[in-house]
Design a protein around this ligand. Sequence first.
Ligand code: F0G
Length: 470
Amino acid sequence: MTFEAKTSFEPFRIKSIEPIGLISKEQRQRAMAAAGYNIFNLRAEDILIDLQTDSGTTAMSAEQWSGMLRGDESYSGSRSFFKFREVFSDISGFEHIFPTHQGRAAEHILFTALIASSKRKDLVIPSNVHFDTTRANIEINGMEARDLLIAEGRQPMLDFPFKGNLDTQKLKALIAEVGADRIPVCMVTITNNAGGGQPVSMQNIREISAICREAKIPFFIDACRFAENAMFIKLREPGYADKTPREIARELFSYADGCTVSAKKDGMVNMGGILAMNNEALAERCRNLMVVSEGFPTYGGLAGYDLEALAVGLNEVLDENYLRYRLGQCEYLGDKLLARRIPIVRPTGGHAVFIDAGAMLPHIPALQYPAWALSVYLYELAGIRTCEIGSMLFAKIDENGKETAAPYELLRLALPRRVYTQAHLDYVAEAVAYAAAHKNEIRGMRIDYQAPVLRHFTARLSWIDEREAA
Ligand code: F0G
């Protein structure tokens, strides 16, 4: 007889713990009112379970913490840099590897270097979906960011294995429309954050690479969640079931000319980023820019101990048991919500579960921000912090201040790596189910103050009175 356990469990045990915000509902209501009904303004110590982001919130391992003591803090040529470089070179195969202080710094340096070397000024950068900071770094440099996600990726409820894929026909059409000399680089984001971590298939990456090579356009991967994407390929794409996540990651990177990485995700650290590439001339320009804004190219805004922790984290993240647990954790929470008839984006991605608050709270109009209202309610009810991805974030506002709602009203529950246990997720599912059962208690919200740009960070709101709503 063999024992085949049906219980899934965290593939680690806990050595060091920290308190979570066990305060009363009344205290939370007061904290929320003081925060202007904006979860960004809360004090983190007043939060019980923080699902605001998976970025920089990872719990490091004993190996990482002990590695930090071995960090070499030399200004240049630190031993920790060479250790980090060796590890990432083994995974990615890229020739030139620079650490940066976080992902957006790598993007900034890459795009600045690309512009400097381009004869054209009217540049367009395609991607499946550019992350906000990538888009901002492109637009601030006067270039255009173009999202070319496949149609399946835009249908939240559609079950499709690789909803992060880039539409290669659209890429070919874009090259034909604007000409390759206006496209200094083509990017692909793995996994696609905008859908909660929807993966991109190896087949898609191979095709993008072939199109770019033929048109002589450099192809870069935004590889923040490369290990989660590799594991999805192993589980879902024919021909990869017997390959290790490391082998899959190596193959992924082999089709690209470089990558930008926020190490705060699959780097398993709380701060850091990576910029890597093969082209010598481009690397030379990046190296020069590095010195101006990030620091000497062997530390790039990080301490030696950060580089040690990153070197260890990059190996730990590729452990198959860890990745199975990681993707399983998101699926577990997603399945629990589905079992309670909560509408969520299907299939669950690699780092988050998205609740369709528009469908869950049909009595709240989009421009009374149902997902935002749900985020406030869940905090007051159960101390859970989530993140709105709906009209507060993406409504279009014309010159007269008139708003047009975003296409979806989603609430992101992002899971920090190795931080919360299955019991924490059970608690979250129970709280969301309670909210759904008492949805008539949740009212719409109105904005009392907003900044002209990125309003969600600082906005102040209030509940709409029932009489007003009627
Ligand atoms: N690219 C992707 C796909 C990201 O998800 C992020 C960050 C970045 C780039 C920028 O990296 O924060 O290190 O500068 N995403 C975080 C999130 C903020 O909550 O999803 P960074």
